[in-house]
Write a protein that binds this ligand. Structure first.
Ligand code: PMP
Length: 455
């Protein structure tokens, strides 16, 4: 197995950093001038981009992004899934322009016909019969957790170590000693001790799930069908089925967050793998970049909720804590209708998955040729490599494989050669406009930059 020479890595990284700095003077200047922004960026996480300052966007279309210094990139980051439909897809733009211009009424608190069309489409894809809209996946998770607590009368959420579901307080949790739940390192000022709200267990460990559920205080298991925020860590055979069985056995709801795993196919992993969630959450991509999210519930969950609301014990209409003023607005629902109806179609998923398969094979070929101790996993239209071989099967093992220096080198080397990878991951996502030539370009660049490392 090839070994990593840290001295070599450091000098390659220095060279990539120098090229990045000198090639992006305008981005660097704008960052330097952004003194009224906390962290000099519109949102603090934008400092995750490697290189000391982020690229500033000039324009983007399809899978191409152009920065203010005039460089155009093949974009495999696609807004970390927010732009899975490609940047500014024409049907979405047309629908949004019509709503904003000709029709008017971006946000009025009134429903539009589009919302029912979107609800019916989400039912066709994911099976849940009843939907509510949000403007982000985070909010969909937050509001659905409230409903799960109401429906079951239980206080806790079960999550997996190194999951991510947006800025949801309950989910920043790790299993601690003696069955206690601990706050994940870096968690910003948790409002209460995580042990009060959460049971955290290791991914792919059904025994641990059963032990946690046996306490009888878990309202919902909240999970992605595969972890995607600590590399892609797929479920082992039988794991998702086991979660469904255990949830039913112990009276907890199964809440599936497909914000990223929608990449698996037209109906997400839920359809592809026959999952049977009680609550389904999605966000990011479904509005083609216009803020949108949704959660779906079964008739059983709806009945369990309305039992309490009918009795006056909770309020889902006024200020009970489920909803946002702009949620389900006319612009967002118009964008979702166009994006789901005309862009993220079954044909588009077939094309995107074929390309992600080629991307994965391209990376694997270099890893095999040079005997590099890394691995790559694919989930439909998305693929991600990790600095570990074999591929980790738990969040903890995948977290342990993190390597900041390597990460920085790979991201900068890619940017310097015209390729954008997601800053939080070594993730590549395909959109309808991604082409085989784009994937082949990545394959060649990956061979070059990994080859420079493992000579
Ligand atoms: N769920 C999952 C699985 C996610 O990966 C993310 C974001 N990466 C979210 C929810 C939250 O999405 P948003 O930040 O758009 O609310």
């Amino acid at each position: 197995m090839a070994t990593l020479d840290r001295t070599r890595l450091a000098s390659l990284l220095d060279a990539e950093q120098a090229a990045y700095t000198s090639n992006h003077p305008r981005s660097r200047t704008l960052f330097g001038e952004a003194g009224n922004l906390f962290g000099r960026v519109p949102m603090t996480w934008m400092n995750m981009w490697t290189g000391g300052f982020p690229l500033y966007l000039d324009r983007a279309t399809g899978n191409r992004v152009t920065d203010v210094d005039g460089h155009t990139y093949i974009d495999f980051a696609l807004g970390d899934t927010g732009a899975m439909a490609g940047h500014s897809p024409a049907p979405t733009v047309a629908a949004v322009q019509r709503r904003m211009g000709e029709l008017g009424g971006i946000t009025t608190m009134l429903p539009t016909e589009d919302a029912q069309w979107v609800g019916a489409d989400l039912t066709r894809r994911f099976g849940m019969p009843l939907w509510s809209f949000t403007l982000s996946a985070t909010d969909a998770n937050r509001w659905a957790i409230r409903l799960a607590r109401l429906a079951t009368g239980r206080p806790k959420v079960l999550v997996f170590a190194y999951c991510y579901h947006g800025s949801v307080d309950e989910a920043f949790a790790l299993p601690g000693p003696e069955g206690k739940t601990e706050s994940r390192p870096g968690n910003v000022a948790p409002p209460v001790d995580l042990d009060l709200t959460t049971r955290a267990v290791t991914w792919n460990d059904l025994d641990a799930v059963e032990k946690a559920l046996a306490h009888g205080d878990v309202a919902a298991i909240l999970t992605e069908p595969a972890l995607t925020n600590i590399g892609i860590v797929p479920p082992e055979p039988g794991f998702m089925e086991g979660l469904r069985e255990l949830a039913t056995k112990y009276g907890a709801l199964l809440m599936i967050d497909e914000t990223h795993t929608f990449s698996t196919g037209w109906g997400g992993a839920t359809r592809a793998w026959g999952l049977q969630p009680d609550i389904f959450v999605i966000g990011k991509s479904i509005g083609g970049g216009i803020p949108s999210g949704a959660y779906g519930i079964t008739e059983d969950v709806a009945r369990a909720v309305t039992r309490h609301t009918d009795a006056g014990e909770a309020d889902i209409v006024d200020v009970g804590g489920v909803g946002g003023t702009l949620a389900g607005n006319a612009l967002s629902t118009a964008a979702m209708r166009a994006t789901l109806g005309e862009v993220l179609t079954e044909d588009a998923f077939a094309h995107m998955t074929e390309l992600a398969t080629a991307f994965t094979a391209g990376v694997q070929a270099t890893l095999d040729e040079l005997d590099v101790p890394w691995s790559i996993n694919q989930l439909g239209a998305r693929a991600e490599y990790r600095f570990a071989r074999p591929a980790p099967t738990t969040g903890e093992a995948s977290a342990a494989a993190a390597d900041e220096e390597l990460d920085a080198y790979m991201h900068l080397a890619m940017v310097n050669r015209g390729i954008l990878m997601t800053p939080f991951h070594n993730m590549a996502l395909m959109c309808p406009e991604t082409s085989r030539e784009d994937v082949d370009r990545h394959t060649a660049v990956f061979r070059e930059v990994v080859g420079a490392l493992f000579v």
